[in-house]
Design a protein around this ligand. Structure first.
Ligand SMILES: [Zn+2]
Length: 137
């Protein structure tokens, strides 16, 4: 087990590298299956200044509000993207990351249920970031 086939991809979460994958999608599938609740943050994350974070929070709120305005009858998932560094993203959502995927370099944060509105408000430092009655979603 000490020999690693360099043509294969290995799961970076597993301590014992038992199985290699031929391609990234294979590894990603495996990760989703086996490590769906893995949320240890990667060690390369650097702290980001408060001022940069608050700037970004405002940008996120703006984007969210635009979404809500355009889709006020739409309940459910809304997608938008915003430019920011990984460090800044983690700086803001650090305590809310449900899953980190080393293979996909992606993070998952879920806000749902009764408290979700207030939680998002707390994360973004703005209690009035949106209107409460968007179907509770
Ligand atoms: Zn693994």
């Amino acid at each position: 087990m000490s020999t690693r086939d360099s043509t294969r991809l290995y799961c970076s979460i597993c301590k014992r590298r038992v199985k290699g994958f031929k391609n990234r999608s294979g590894l990603q599938r495996y990760e989703t299956l086996k490590h769906v609740s893995y949320n240890t943050l990667p060690s390369h994350i650097q702290p980001v200044s408060e001022s940069e974070l608050s700037h970004l929070k405002k940008a996120i709120i703006k984007e969210l509000q635009k979404r809500l305005k355009n889709h006020h009858t739409a309940v459910g998932k809304q997608v938008f993207s915003i430019h920011c560094s990984e460090d800044a993203f983690v700086g803001i959502f650090r305590n809310h990351i449900t899953r980190y995927s080393p293979c996909g370099s992606s993070y998952l944060c879920i806000f749902k249920g009764e408290k979700a509105f207030d939680e998002v408000g707390k994360v973004l430092d703005d209690k009035n970031w949106g209107e409460r009655n968007y179907g509770g979603g």
